[in-house]
Structure formats: structure tokens, C-alpha cells
Design a protein around this ligand. Sequence first.
Ligand code: HEM
Length: 470
Amino acid sequence: RLNTKTTEPPCTPGGWPIVGHAPGLIGDSCKLWDVINDLANKSYDIGGVVSASIGPRTVYIVTDPDDSFTVVNTCLEKDGFYDFAKPWLGEGLVTGKYSIWKNHRKFLNPAFSQILLDTFMGVFNSQSRKLVKDLEKEVGKGLFDHWTYTRHNALETICLTALGVDFTDTNLNSQYVEATEQILGTIVERFMKFWWHSPYTFAWSKLKKKQDALLKTLHNMSYTVLQKRKSEFNGNICAERSIIPGTKFKAFMDLLLELSVEKGVFNDREIREHVDTMIVGGHDTSANVLMFTMILLGSHPEAQEKVYAEIQEVLGGDRDVEKTDLSKMVYLEAVLKESMRVFTIVPVLARKLDKDVKLKNYTLSAGRTCFLFVFGLHKHPVWGPDVNEFKPERWLEPGRLPDNPNAFAAFSVGRRQCIGKAYALMSMKTTLAHLIRSYRIKADHTKVRLKIDVMLKPDSGHCVSIERRT
Ligand code: HEM
């Protein structure tokens, strides 16, 4: 397929008549990861922007940090591929239409203010201690699937903090974790099978039936949260609900209920969609970063010992992490950022181009899809010759970082960036501080085979082992 405009980015080779590059997507989610990695590597030599076609639609792929920044700031509408997740997340913040998102984000931002997040430190600490305790049974037993532990723990944490419900150790928790993994799998499977992209063909597929069954489990959780909190809210309608007395700050769920019950801003469906979005956005992400960070620290003992030394210096004995400790854990923060660079857990974002977008060397045409390969930004040659190595130190020497700060976009950049970034960093630092002072981790990151299930994941578990620190 020839590009019609000379300012169009070059077309990636290997397209077929009519179906374009779509056959290359067919396979499993490990193969898909290999295909898009290969595409990113090839894009660097030709300016970091390429086009491809999936059936009749032309899509762009951007791996250049400057151009990627231009796209996210120019076009705020999520691409039609996000509609694959709409039966689950509706018009919640991740998948929502721009016209809805811009108001809802404004309403919800206060639930993530620092003053409010600080009040979660108690839960972050108790949940971290719980994780340490849960892991005790794996000490000295060889390789095990640590991801199961981080996911359950992170799900409980988001429920206890933002949503204000305690689902600790309930069946609902396990069913939800399982259903989340499976539904993300169905979304990727639909993407790979281009004949199911249309809602009309998809409606007849077995995959749609599977998705509908999973949605029952997932929505059951959000409805349970909603009903539980709504009845508490109604029974207590006149009481002072602000979490920090004397301030207007309210945790996410209290804010949602206030905006719907008292102010009529959200209807029941909208609240449910925000709750669903917050549950998945708030747990699967941090749990994955923790899982990959444990693998990387287990594979780099010298970095792990530096983290341990820093924790000992900042915390001294076995006390809880306090909010003022977090900013002192400088090396740990570098480890987390480097981990998110090396294993970019949200590897691809997609925007709908609602206008022509002029980049450094090309112009992208309105109406098309633009895939932002965030993992491609993170492996771009601007990071230097050691781009493929895990080197937390690069974050501590500003001269070693790319000139463009947007070359790091693990939480996305611009107005639609992650609302939970500060929450995530606080909870992950607290968890790692407790974990690393209790256990020595061993792993080999070179053995991990990756797959893309919307998020980046290892194809199989059992990647780490732990020993108690004496
Ligand atoms: C290390 C952990 C996390 C990572 C790497 C991460 C990454 C991201 C990324 C890349 C986006 C943009 C998605 C897109 O444009 O399609 C995003 C959006 C979002 N994240 Fe996170 N996230 C993390 C943790 C969290 C947490 C803890 C929460 C909630 C407590 C959260 C809630 C959200 C929400 C609601 C959005 C949509 C924001 C909007 O469009 O207004 N995330 N996140």
C-alpha cells in the first residue's frame, strides 16, 4: 500500500493486499510481543515513525520521544481500539470519550491530592507487612509464582484505600484477579483476529460469550462495592465524611458518592464504570511493576544490596515507613523507574487523530490511529549504548538521562497521564522497603519470556525464590 502524501511516514514492509499487515498479528500474545518489538527496532533507523495497515485502516507507530510528545498533547481522544474494553470499563477515565473525560477528570482529581494520599500510609504499611507474612511459606522452597501474591495484595490495598471496602481474603478477591487476567486476554485476542474488530462480527464469536461471562464476575465486584458504600453513605448522609477533618478532601469512593447522591453529577452506571476502572488501574499495574522489580533485583544482587543499605539507613529498625521517609529512598525510586523503563508494563497507548498532526519529519493524517510504543521510547537509542541494561544509577546522574524528559512515559505524559502515579510510587516504595529488608530475592531475568496481554506480563510464573535475611 502506497502512502499518498510525501509527508506521510514510510510504510513498514511485509503488507498484503486488502488485509495489509493484519496476518502478522495472528498467533499468541508472546508472538505479538515479538512482532511489535521487531517493529520498534526497525523504526529507529527510519526516524521513529512508521505506518502500517490493519485491513482497510492505516495506522501509525511512533517511537520517537519528541514526536510521541507532540501526538499525546495534540490529540486527547483515545483510539477506537479502546472500545474493545468498553463493555467492562465504559466511559471510565481510561477508555472514556474526551468530551466526557475532560469533566470527569476535573471532578476526580482531588481524590488523588497528596494530602489525601498521605492518609493511606497506614494501609500501605499494614498491607506490606501482610505480604511479607504471606510470603513466609515460600522461604527456601525454590522458585515460586510471586505475582499471585503481589496481585492479591494490591487488589486488597486499592479496595481498602480508594474504595473504602475490606475484601481481604474473600473469594471475591480471587475470582476478580482471575477474571481480570482473562478479560485482558480476550481483548488482546480480539485485536489479533482482525475479523473480530467489527462489533457485528464479534457479536457472533465464542470470544464474546466468554467475555460476557467474565463481565458478570467483574461487574459483580464493582456493584458489591457500590451497594456496600452507598448504604453506608445513605445511612450517614449528614455526617462529616471528609477524611481529613476540616478539609474538603475525600477518598475516591466518598467523592464519587457525594458527586452522585448529593450533586447528581454521575449516574449509577457512570459510578460503576469509574469504580471498575479504579479497581483494575489501581491494582494490576502496581502489582506488575512490583513483580518485575522483584525479578530485576533478584537478578542484580548488587542493586538489591544497595536498596537494602538505603532502607536500613532511612528506617533503622523494623519500624513502619512514614511519608517523610519516602523522599529519602532515592536509590529505591531509581530502581523503580529503571524497572518501569526496562519492563514497560503499559507498553502501547493509542490515540485517535482528530486532526492532522505535524511531526519533526512527517505529517500524520486526521482520522487514523496512532500507536505510541512507550516501550519503544524506553529502548530508543537516546538512552545511550547501555539502553538494554538495568542500571538504576542512570537516574541519579542527570547527564546520563535523555535530554527530552518525555523519553520516559511509563505513566503516559500530558493531560491524560495516570491519575494514580503518586499513589503507585508511594505504595510500591513502601512495599519494597518491607520486602527487601525481610528477604533476599534470587531470580534470572534473562529466562523470562514476555507476552502482551494489554499489559506486559511474563508468559509463565515461577521466576523468583526468596531467603530470609538474618
Ligand atoms: C506503577 C503503576 C502504574 C502504571 C505504570 C500506570 C500507568 C498508566 C498509564 C500508562 C496510563 C495511560 C493509559 C492510556 O493512555 O491508555 C494510566 C492511566 C490511568 N491510571 Fe495508571 N498506572 C499505574 C498505577 C495506577 C494506580 C495505582 C491507579 C489508581 C489508584 C491508576 C489509575 C489510572 C487511571 C484512572 C488512568 C486514566 C487516567 C485518565 O485518562 O484520566 N493507575 N496509568
